[in-house]
Design a binder for this molecule. Structure first.
Ligand code: ATP
Length: 217
């Protein structure tokens, strides 16, 4: 089973560590602030107080043996960059780092972060999309261009087959699955009729998905 280490136990790092732990993964959590470590100690496999800028401390906990190390230091931009560099130099396989800004993200990528995440920006996009959206329940950005969306079937599509709905022909959107009550219809065929209350799992260009959602079909 994958082993994770989380460095920095602010709101984000704590949430990542606790969620992984609840999912049954082994989680090593660390922060320079003893109080933050004490708050999480009962919820993760191991929690210790250390300064992640101290290379010897990182070596002594065997940091390179973790499959994924999450650098969840935000405000201390310099520390987040230096820790990322150090982790890669120490041979950590996958470093996921949290960025505060686009520039911070670019630097993290340059210094070797395997994945850079922008929690505040991404959550802002999600919340804004949900506010203007009529039907979208959840959205995952797959690339800068494409998204996977879970949405309540737009009323205009109800009682129409997928083929007649125009989703693919007019919007380039593919319906991957339909959730109907407790049932999941995977890879529905073109003749499948959409019913009121159906939840559609669709994939397509983000821009066109937004159009599909907000414009009467
Ligand atoms: P969040 O938004 O998730 O609450 P944040 O953006 O406020 O976090 P920071 O407070 O900068 O992020 O950092 C998160 C945590 O990282 C803090 O608990 C801080 O003590 C810890 N931290 C900062 N520098 C180091 C370091 N050198 N070694 C270990 N932990 C550190």
């Amino acid at each position: 089973m994958k082993q994770f280490a989380v460095i920095g136990l602010g709101r984000f790092g704590t949430s990542v560590a606790m969620t992984l732990s609840k999912m049954g993964y082994q989680v090593f959590a660390t922060d320079i602030d003893e109080e933050r470590v004490n708050d999480i100690v009962e919820h993760v496999t191991h929690a210790v107080t250390l300064d992640a800028l101290d290379e010897h401390a990182l070596k002594s906990i065997g940091i390179r043996n973790f499959d994924v190390v999450v650098v969840a230091i935000g405000k201390e931009v310099q520390a987040s960059i230096l820790v990322t560099v150090m982790l890669k130099e120490l041979g950590v396989n996958k470093v996921v780092a949290k960025a505060q800004s686009e520039l911070h993200g670019k630097v993290l990528e340059r210094v070797g972060a395997d994945k850079v995440i922008f929690p505040e920006r991404d959550m802002g996009i999600k919340v804004a999309s949900a506010l203007v959206s009529k039907n979208v329940m959840d959205q995952i950005s797959l690339s800068p261009e494409y998204s996977l969306v879970e949405m309540v079937a737009p009323p205009k599509l109800v009682n129409k087959s997928l083929e007649k709905s125009g989703a693919r022909q007019n919007y380039g959107i593919t319906v991957l699955a339909i959730r109907r009550g407790g049932e999941m219809i995977i890879s529905p065929n073109a003749s499948q009729v959409i019913e009121e209350g159906d939840i559609l799992v669709v994939i397509g260009k983000t821009e066109r998905l937004q159009y599909f959602d907000t414009v009467e079909v």
